[in-house]
Design a protein. Sequence first.
Length: 879
Amino acid sequence: MRTSQPQTIFLKDYRVPAFLVDHVDLRFELFEDGARVHCTLAMRRNPDSDSSDKSLELDGDSLTTLESVSLDGNPLEGSAYEDRDDKLTLHEVPDQFNLGIVTWIEPQNNTRLEGLYKSSGMFCTQCEAEGFRCITYFPDRPDVMARFRTRVEADKTRYPILLSNGNDVEKGDLADGRHFVTWEDPFPKPCYLFALVAGDLVEKRDSFKTMSARDIDLRMYVEPRNAEKCDHAMDSLKRAMRWDEEVYGREYDLDIFMIVAVDDFNMGAMENKGLNIFNSSCVLASQETATDMAFQRIESIVAHEYFHNWSGNRVTCRDWFQLSLKEGFTVFRDSCFSADVGSPTVKRIEDATMLRTAQFAEDAGPMAHPVRPESYMEITNFYTLTIYEKGSEVVGMIHTLLGADLFRKGSDLYFERHDGQAVTTDDFVRAMEDASGRDLSQFRLWYEQSGTPELTVRDEFDDAAGIYRLTIDQSIPDTPGQTNKKPQHIPFAIGLLSADGQPLPLKLTADDAEAPMDCVLELTDASHTFEFHGLSERPVPSLLRGFSAPVRVFYPWTREQLTFLMSHDPDGFNRWDAGQRLAVDVINSLVSSTGENVDAGLVEAYRSLLADSSLDQALVAKMLQLPSEAYLIELADQPNVPAIHRARERVLEHLARSLRDELLACYHRNTLSGPYEVTPEAVARRSLRNTALAWLLHVDDEEGRTLAISQFNESDNMTDRMGALRALVNSGYEKEQEQALADFYRQWKDDPQVVEQWFAVQSGSSRTGGLRKIHELMEHSAFDWKNPNKIRSVIGVFAGQNLPAFHAEDGAGYQFLAEQVRKLDDSNPQIAARLVSPLTRWRKFAPVHGDQMKSALETIRDKSGLSRDVYEVVHKSLA
Ligand code: PHE
Ligand code: ZN
């Protein structure tokens, strides 16, 4: 627990490490009442350091007992070192030496889930970002890379499986029913990639032949009850391994690749070298227990962690300010992978939705920070949408500007130049520049400036000359610590359409013979005007195609133009986007004038979407999703949450009633027979069918009710079962709803991943998930304060998705969240700090809400002994 005020750490203070570690020898003795860690470090002075300090400083955190320290085999007297304030300082060390440290730690009491801890009876580790220092004293920073040898000792019956990074080189039995396995990792790595697992797990094996014909042993380790839920992750892994060879020329380097599933995990998954550890909910799946969305999420996370082996492990980060070096690039890689194995347009829509809803909000709030931050208090707070998703967009823009071939040349150069090194985002950009010959100096501002650029687009048509002029102004709003920003280098993809919906050639000069039908304009100045020649009529512009940059675009679209683009734009993403803009416009006009009717144009647009089965059904399924409340709130100034909720509900009801026949037809047309498959087509059809069902039940349609009940009872997969359950939960059919929820729980109570979905469907529902319901769920025997997934599926989903209840007039939702944060801060500060996030945007709301959100934050601030994690978020939000 913290006693003094947390310190801010600055990028500008970076210094190379004074000492390097060549080799780490670890021996873990695991017991029920604790673990003894014997650590021997082969250290030497760093020739690149100009520090002449004779002393050595190591990081430590929550280490129960320091049992001994020795130098070159000689035990040190207590006067030779100082063990204080999370640091171990040796007053004087030679230029080269072996340092021996023995610590005693208590994994069984570790509720923070950082370092070594226990999760449902097994030992596991989480060392990123600074968890290794909870295991032993160490120079815990990513630019210290060492070879690790790890011996794990434990009771053989309780823990038959003992794992660490690399290859197992020795194993054997010990006295008292104990045994050991020794692992050796030949690749130098930062300690954040260290991992250890000990448990009673079943092993699932497969293999992969690499492009140079090496056979890799693939192993998954899970609790016996999950043995049947591994196939999808294993298949995803093999697809990812092949894809990385084909698209990036990257081959796996070790002989074994292992995946372990654990139930208690703060994040999604972790890319430890050769031993990835996953949150069970991000890796285990069967058709009966996981939805299509979960299948897709698992595939992308398995790929993400695998891709880190090159983008993160072989080439790692110099310091934590460079986090996006590995995360942004790896998210970009996993997004392209998902696009390639699924539907590219749908993937782009999903990424853009997340970015525009949540990352834009972050970038406009008090925690806004650049993709490469300048400072932080607690690095754990910087695993953000900005680092991950905006970071990925930034890499994606480099891809757009260079084209696929030069981008690949750049990534080849990057991996070759920096293999085995800890580097910076600037090194990444430089490799891209050197390989392509392009100047990315202005582009680098994407890493330095926070805030979402705003593009205002104006156009005019010169009838006589046949010239269409597009003027684009860019500006970036002020963000904490940053004002008067410079214009950025923005790739702006566009097309022009004729009145009859044909794409027009884009002639940038009058005699441009080979004009393309779409192009990427490069914006570099505060204002840019582009001229398009040879046009006989005023075109309709299709702007920011494929969401070519993470920016907001303002253009005075008419509803007619949007309806037109919805059905004619050759760019699938922009078709969808036009539909979203139209729906936003319609909903917003009902927010401001409640007497208004729902625009008939919107109904007709949806009618043709539902009727035309020749359209790409995956795209149609996305187009039928109305903009979320969270997105509508994000777009609004001083949003009136209840009014937004009511307006959106009204539109939904109106659509459901007006399109009843089409919805029923869509439902039946998309009923699948045959075995369950997760192909883009099948996913789209289930999604369409479940959307139709949800809309029908939204207006308590009797036929819909019958369909929902039989779908709930008869489905052979979780997507349809959950679709029916969700539709019932959001309907007025209380009896049926209670029945279905009870049946569902009875059937799945022993499966934590399904119980989490059962919690979430209730806490996220504006019909049933009021505060009273939330309290009831938290008192349920399946709720567990020690399990982050349970906290997320009840408290997180309530505050993030059940927006009318969270923003209830009386402020009870805010007070509730603050109370949970205060409580959780004592056991798991990392999760507590994440939960605060919905309160941090209090300035965005009208005082009736904002003031109450602010006072909720103050009650957190005033708690004594607040963790550094929560301290940073709360203080920055109130500043
Ligand atoms: N590095 C992990 C990933 O994105 C995320 C993570 C961060 C996991 C910190 C645990 C702790 O792949
Ligand atoms: Zn990652």
